[in-house]
Design a protein around this ligand. Structure first.
Ligand SMILES: N[C@@H](CCC(=O)N[C@@H](CS)C(=O)NCC(=O)O)C(=O)O
Length: 345
């Protein structure tokens, strides 16, 4: 008998929702363990180095969790190695590269909008502060609940500047969320998923952020329903794609089949994520404690983010490690989108 993996998370965490959707689509047996709940505490999941969620823990033959890891993108890759079938990595390496890039945009840029709509508007803070603590214990007493509400809210609001929702960046972040919805609205008229007829990493990355933005946080939901009811519906569907049978007649796009709506998404990535990721990387190289980047003529500032520096290094390593023909094809697709700037040394 094979024992299920453990997925430790919180439904208010975009990356937890991302990984839950991946495991469901891939039909990999798992146990959802709300972080801090009695089920989590009883499961003896090994400690991880950085205390973030989601955590995926792998059992031995007796069902004891012997190995645990964080970070959704590496988790996806490990799951690909260990579980066969219903892969979420496109077969064409060029398309797989685009997939990785779009996933990273979702994880590292769209998350600014997620964090912003959750913790910036005072009504939103109040709402999130109320429901987030209860996932660890639905029967929590009022005293403890009130204490945790204040603790979580203060902590997360205090991190707004770190994640990027600084006063200068607010209009940029809000406008980019609207544009993403417009782009997805046009794209979903042509394809079921971002890269064609079946889901891949980037769908789950976008889903994770939108599972919060378009489904939990009031202002984010209102914008989504106004701009793209279609995207709102897609998010609902992406949460559980275990029913979906990828059909041979509806594969992923191939490198010669990147249409205008996907190009529009790449241009959007070039407009926002690219200047931010480059500036963040530069801040580490120059030992600066401010990341200053420009989008649409607006200068935004925030603190440097170490993990995001690694994300760009990973993308660059993959790009430079590609077969020359494949790299040339990526170059052709990215030309004029702004994304090519990531790979100019
Ligand atoms: N890069 C990680 C990010 C995970 C992450 O940032 N998780 C957040 C919740 S969504 C977290 O656990 N934060 C812990 C904290 O803020 O202390 C991934 O892809 O999974």
């Amino acid at each position: 008998m094979t024992h299920p993996l453990a997925l430790v998370g919180n439904t208010g965490s975009p990356y937890s929702r991302k990984m839950r959707a991946v495991l469901r689509y891939r039909r990999i047996p798992f146990r959802w363990l709300a972080k801090g709940s009695r089920w989590h505490l009883a499961a003896n999941v090994p400690e991880v180095k950085v205390p973030i969620i989601p955590v995926i823990a792998f059992p031995d033959e007796a069902g004891t969790y012997v190995e645990a890891m964080t970070d959704s993108s590496p988790q996806i890759m490990v799951l690909e190695e260990r579980f066969y079938g219903r892969s979420i990595i496109p077969a064409d390496p060029v398309v797989a590269f685009l997939d990785h890039l779009i996933e990273d945009y979702a994880d590292e840029w769209v998350t600014k909008a997620m964090y912003h709509y959750r913790w910036h508007p005072p009504e939103a803070r109040d709402k999130a502060g109320k429901f987030l603590p209860l996932q660890s214990n639905i029967a929590m007493g009022d005293d403890e609940w009130n204490q945790m509400r204040v603790w979580i809210t203060d902590r997360q609001v205090g991190r707004l500047g770190f994640v990027g929702s600084t006063p200068s960046a607010v209009p940029v972040i809000e406008a980019s969320y609207r544009r993403l919805l417009e782009i997805l609205d046009a794209h979903l008229r042509t394809a079921e998923f971002v890269l064609g007829g079946r889901p891949s990493r980037c769908d789950f990355g976008l889903f994770g952020q939108l599972s919060q933005l378009a489904w939990i946080d009031t202002e984010g939901i209102d914008v989504a329903v106004e701009v793209s009811p279609r995207t709102w519906t897609w998010v609902d569907r992406a949460d559980d794609l275990s029913w979906f049978e990828p059909d041979e007649s509806e594969p992923w796009f191939i490198r010669d089949d990147v249409g205008p709506t996907l190009t529009a998404l790449l241009r959007e990535i070039g407009r926002t994520y690219v200047p931010f990721m480059l500036a963040n990387h530069r801040a580490f190289e120059t030992d600066s404690d401010v990341v200053r980047y420009e989008v649409d003529g607006v200068t935004c500032e925030q603190g440097p983010f170490g993990y995001q520096r690694k994300c760009l290094d990973w993308l660059r390593d993959i790009y430079h490690g590609m077969e020359p023909d494949d790299r040339a094809s990526v170059g052709t697709i990215l030309r004029g989108t702004g994304c090519e700037a990531l790979f100019v040394d």
